[in-house]
Ligand binder design. Structure first.
Ligand code: S3P
Length: 441
């Protein structure tokens, strides 16, 4: 099997109802919390992607049993001290920053040295952002100049901390929350707004966690060492995966798409807010509350007259994984779109801000970049011909998927490398896009 996609035809109009796979952030959190619960948990619609499979393999190495039964995963937790860490263990996080950072929080009480490894992309990412606060609990953590591999040797004498999370990183916040679960006393966190799935899951499990929501920061208090029981959970669809189809629909005239059962948690709907500000009219329908999260259908219509946006910075964290595809929409919008303070984008699976600028220029879009700000000079008449090769993007799944949507909506002959990258977050991407009528070989 080849590891690239060839796209030489634009997609024709479609009118379909689809479901995307389970949310990656919630899937990883469910597996980790189930592995620390007491007794059986059943997780339905768990995302079966490499990031989640690496999470499952790792809890197994830590002595936690799981199996797939029909349409759910059964995980048998042994409580907050249930990991077997009496010997040295190496855990391979693969491409997953979320797993690598969250598991460190759960290993602050490990009895022996546990090593976290990752692939090439994960090994260039920063781990001091979690190592520094976790050390304050009393764990010993050794990074490789702030990078992987990271060694953690936990402590029996953990102490609660006061922590201010200023990046707006849910991974950092969650890692500290998970460490706080293991620590007697009250850990106090002041965290810049970011996705809050960990807090919502814990609240649902009746763990003593208090959340005071203010405009730009949340104030979170956690009392540690209260065990919680196994749980049942149905993971909703991933809005970060849906995002590619949302933009595909908007850029395909006369098309209609209904995406079923999407997670529309407030901290995740930046993409919808941004595209609607650009005139897109995406609708959230049949919204229901499910264990603290909001799940709904998302309705999108093909629309040609997008307008530019001056993107408010408070939407940055809410759309952090969607900017590549948002930039593509901006390339087709009328006017100059402006996005500010996106330094975090360069710290993802690839330097996404740099790569976005490269791809936008390649397709003939004028871009002005000033450090972490960019201006995109949209061209509603953009139509491509000629050949486009997309490679050297550090196997970043979202660069691959964004490039497919560009190819399917702008024309030209595209060869997009590293197709296997989609396995980390959305292995069904190509199958679903073919259901919508895409021709990809
Ligand atoms: C995630 C948080 C975000 C996001 C990542 C998933 C999570 O990262 O980009 O894909 O599940 O907590 P940061 O917390 O580093 O911003």
């Amino acid at each position: 099997m080849t590891n690239h996609a060839i796209i030489v035809n634009k997609i024709k109009k479609f009118n379909k109802t689809i479901e995307v796979s389970g949310d990656k952030s919630i899937s990883i959190r469910c597996v980790l919390l189930a592995s620390q619960a007491i007794g059986h948990s059943h997780i339905y619609n768990l995302l079966e992607s490499d990031d989640v499979i690496n999470t499952l393999k790792s809890i197994k190495k830590l002595g936690i049993n799981f199996k797939k039964v029909r349409n759910y995963y059964q995980i048998i937790g042994r409580g907050l001290s249930g990991y077997n860490t009496s010997r040295k263990i190496k855990l391979d996080a693969g491409n997953s920053g979320t797993f690598a950072r969250l598991i460190l929080g759960l290993l602050v009480n490990s009895q022996n040295i546990i090593t976290i490894l990752g692939d090439k992309s994960l090994s260039r990412r920063d781990f001091s952002r979690v190592a520094d606060p976790l050390k304050l609990f009393g764990a010993k953590i050794f990074t490789n100049k702030s990078k992987l591999p990271v060694n953690i040797h936990g402590s029996n004498f953990l102490r609660p901390i006061n922590y201010i999370e200023n990046i707006g990183s849910a991974q950092c916040k969650s890692s500290v929350i998970l460490a706080a679960l293991k620590t007697p006393g009250t850990t106090k966190i002041i965290a810049k707004k970011s996705r809050d799935h960990t807090e919502l899951l814990l609240k649902n499990l009746k763990v003593p966690i208090k959340i005071l929501r203010k405009k730009t920061y949340d104030y979170i208090d956690i009392n540690g060492i209260s065990n919680f029981r196994g749980f049942n959970y149905k993971v909703p669809g991933d809005i970060s995966s849906a995002a590619f189809f949302i933009v595909l629909t908007i850029l395909t005239a006369k098309s209609k798409l209904i995406l079923k059962n999407i997670n529309v948690n407030n901290s995740r709907i930046g993409i919808i807010k941004i595209l609607n500000k650009m005139n897109a009219k995406i609708l959230i329908k049949n919204k229901k509350k499910y264990k603290g999260e909001y799940v709904s259908d998302v309705l999108v219509k093909g629309k040609q007259n997008l307008k530019s946006i001056n993107c408010p910075k408070n939407l940055n964290s809410m759309a952090i994984d969607e900017f590549l595809i948002i930039f593509l929409a901006a390339a087709k919008a009328k006017g100059i779109s402006s996005f500010k303070d996106l330094g975090e984008l360069n710290k993802k699976e690839s330097p996404r801000l740099d790569i976005a600028v490269r791809i936008l220029k390649m397709i003939g879009i004028k871009v002005l970049r000033k450090k972490n700000d960019i201006k995109i000079f949209g061209n509603p008449n953009l139509e491509l011909s000629g050949k486009f090769n997309i490679k050297d993007f550090k196997k970043d799944h979202r660069v691959f998927m964004m490039s497919c949507i560009a190819a399917l909506t702008l024309g030209g002959e595209w060869k997009i490398y590293d197709k296997n990258s989609i396995k980390s977050s959305f292995p069904k991407f190509l199958k679903i896009i073919k259901i919508l009528g895409a021709k990809i070989s």
